[in-house]
Design a protein around this ligand. Structure first.
Ligand code: K7E
Ligand code: CUA
Length: 652
């Protein structure tokens, strides 16, 4: 009952803080003059932004790309979603990317973009992001800003403490927020305490190709593994996960998972476990999961169902896993640039606990234990504690770091960012956010080398900040200057979906490597048409394959006859352009799919099953030239029993 009261109070505090700040309009001393702020974020026409910002779309399943400091939206990358604009999940080539062991799933809840790293510094190659609901991890290639791989995670549910890269992207790491029976089977939920386990997954990444491979899973006690972070520098061999529900409650978690005064940060020595696994330790168990890979040469994805995974239990890997007690259901788990401090965001705690990696190692060596849980030693809190940040605000969640020895923690309940020093753990500054900040991001702020110029707040509620759009308002980001002692609010900008975590890096890490075209001679699509003279139509039973080309400003062929009702028509359209930024589109009347939007040198396929006899128009959907309106054609559909032969022409 007491906990319930606490939560109710926190709920009131959210409302109170929102009302309070909404009355104070603009944030008082925290904001600079409007003209100064405007010039600080102004990117003049023709100029480019200094940073890319990759922001999770939350329940949109997508990843948004903004420029900083302008806050301009450049691109929405479909990941765990279908996107009619880009035909993602609609074209034959991309459908396999959304396959899972449960079939085609065109949606997920994407929270945590993380970037590949080299020596602890973001390297601009890949962004990883989690699907929370049907556990998946995606890899997005920053050469062409496309999702190239999605791996499903078996034995997981609520893939939230994911994905986080080790300091050389040897592994991308994922953890389950909801424990489940492993193997999952038809058992009473009351068997939670005995049967349910929390899987922590280690996905090996090939540094050259980026290819994923689910290397092993650790079957942990049935807690809720909430967030995670890899160590760096001295702690580079370790992973840290916050967990709550050490009560192992399976009902009324709001109360029952908030009983213990402390939950844990789990410290895992992945390097040692890797060595154990290399000796064949652990066990291969049956588990079904999809592994989807997009091939840059065939411009097509394949989906494979895998049937087993290696699992290890803590008992298999002695000396590799420890619990560090951490106050009150911690959420965020963040490691400072030196790799020495691990910050827990105890969302119900009144302080921010900061753990010391070197003290943790000493505590392990001197066996400063406080008992054990399921065979895992619990370290003494005081033996690992570096210090506590006092009076940081209410509801600490996530922490990022600058390059001057400071940390910035988001305060969900009191809607503010608190800046504090890693030297003495004293609060230096606070600024209000509008409202209910979740994650925050500093360019490189989770790495060894932050580019500490800005902090961006990602907020859950915007109330009166924007023009109203009915009951649902946009969620938003706010950009603050952190180059001085005091944080200064510069800009609000709306975001897509619900922004959780984000990554930001200097533009010159990515922009120079950006793909301009796909070379037509490298196109190995099975239905490619490399030149207009090869354009044709082939019937195979009731399948009709149209080998079509597009180039400014016509399709070949553009008149087709001989399709019949009952046929399945595949439009394989190759864009012959070899010029940057000249896509062509394709759409045909009555198509149950989306348009195709085909990049230079790419082949893409729309499937069409015409229902009625008649003549149908098709056209290019992308205004590609002065004669774009002429980029059009007709297909004749005859009755099911007709004998109209397949013919086509290549009129220009
Ligand atoms: Cu704090 Cu899903 Cu990272 Cu959102 S989580 S806020
Ligand atoms: Cu091609 Cu419009």
């Amino acid at each position: 009952m007491k906990r319930l009261t606490l939560w109710s109070l926190l709920g009131l505090a959210i409302v109170a803080s929102a009302v309070f700040v909404s009355c104070s309009k603009g944030g008082g001393k925290a904001s600079v003059g409007a003209a100064d702020a405007a010039s600080a974020v102004y990117v003049a026409p023709g100029e480019k932004d200094e940073f890319y910002n990759f922001v999770s779309g939350g329940f949109s399943g997508q990843l948004a790309v903004y420029g900083l400091p302008s806050g301009r939206l450049f691109r929405v990358i479909p990941v765990f979603s279908v996107d009619p604009e880009k035909s993602w999940g609609f074209s034959e080539e991309t459908k396999p990317m959304l396959m899972t062991s449960h079939g085609f799933i065109p949606w997920d809840d994407a929270h945590h973009p993380d970037m590949s790293q080299t020596d602890g510094v973001p390297d601009g190659k890949y962004v990883f992001i989690n699907g929370n609901n049907t556990p998946r991890i995606a890899r997005i290639d920053l050469k062409d800003f496309r999702t190239k791989e999605i791996i499903e995670l078996p034995n997981s549910a609520g893939n939230h403490s994911s994905p986080f890269s080790t300091q050389n992207s040897e592994y991308v790491i994922a953890g389950t927020r909801f424990s489940v029976p492993i193997p999952n089977e038809d058992v009473s939920i009351d068997t939670y305490k005995e049967k349910f386990k929390g899987a922590l997954s280690f996905i090996k990444m090939d540094k050259n190709s980026g290819a994923f491979n689910l290397a092993w899973q650790i079957l942990m006690p049935g807690f809720d593994y909430d967030l995670a972070r890899c160590g760096k520098g001295p702690s580079g061999d370790w992973m840290f996960y916050t967990c709550y529900n050490s009560e192992k409650a399976n009902t009324m978690k709001e109360i029952n998972a908030s009983q213990n005064d402390k939950d844990f940060i789990v410290a895992v020595n992945w390097k040692k476990i890797e060595a154990f696994v290399a000796q064949g330790k652990g066990q291969i168990i049956t588990s079904r999961y999809a592994h989807n890979v997009y091939n840059d040469e065939t411009h097509s994805a394949t989906s494979t169902i895998k049937t087993s995974v290696r699992v290890v239990t803590p008992a298999d890997v002695p000396g590799c896993i420890y619990y560090i007690p951490t106050p009150k259901s911690p959420h965020g788990c963040d490691v400072d640039p030196s790799g020495e401090y691990i910050v827990g965001g105890g969302k119900l705690a009144t302080v921010i606990p900061v753990m010391s990696f070197s003290k943790m190692i000493k505590a392990i060596e001197s066996k400063a234990f406080d008992g054990e849980i399921d065979g895992i030693s619990v370290l003494k809190y005081d033996a690992c504690l570096a210090g506590e940040v006092k009076n940081p605000g209410l509801g600490p969640l996530h922490t990022e770091f600058d390059d001057k020895g400071n940390a910035y923690t988001s305060m969900f309940v009191s809607s503010e960012i608190t800046k504090w020093s890693l030297k003495d753990f004293k609060v230096i500054d606070k600024v209000p956010t509008y409202y209910s900040i979740g994650h925050l991001c500093i360019p490189g702020g989770n790495s060894k080398k932050p580019w500490g110029k800005y902090v961006i707040a990602y907020n859950k509620i915007t109330k009166d900040r924007y023009l109203p759009t009915g009951p649902e308002l946009t969620q938003s980001a706010q950009l603050y200057d952190i180059s001085g002692e005091k944080m200064k609010l510069l800009l609000d900008f709306p975001t897509i979906g619900e922004p959780h975590y984000a990554q930001a890096v200097p533009a010159d890490l990515i922009a120079p490597n950006s793909t301009k075209i796909y070379k037509i001679e490298n196109n190995k699509h099975p239905y490619v048409t490399r030149k207009e003279a090869d354009a044709r139509v082939e019937r195979k039973g009731n399948e009709v394959h149209i080998y079509m080309t597009s180039i400014r400003s016509h399709f070949a062929p553009d008149n087709i006859e001989g399709v019949k009702v009952g046929d399945k028509v595949y439009w394989h359209v190759t864009n012959l352009e070899q010029d940057w930024d000249v896509p062509h589109g394709f759409a045909v009347l009555g198509n149950n799919n989306a348009e195709l939007l085909i990049m230079p040198g790419e082949t893409s396929t729309a499937t069409w099953e015409p229902k009625y006899a008649g003549v149908y128009a098709f056209y290019c959907t992308d205004f590609c030239s002065a004669l774009h309106q002429e980029m059009q054609g007709y297909v004749r559909v005859s009755g099911a029993g007709s004998s109209t032969p397949i013919t086509w022409n290549n009129k220009k």
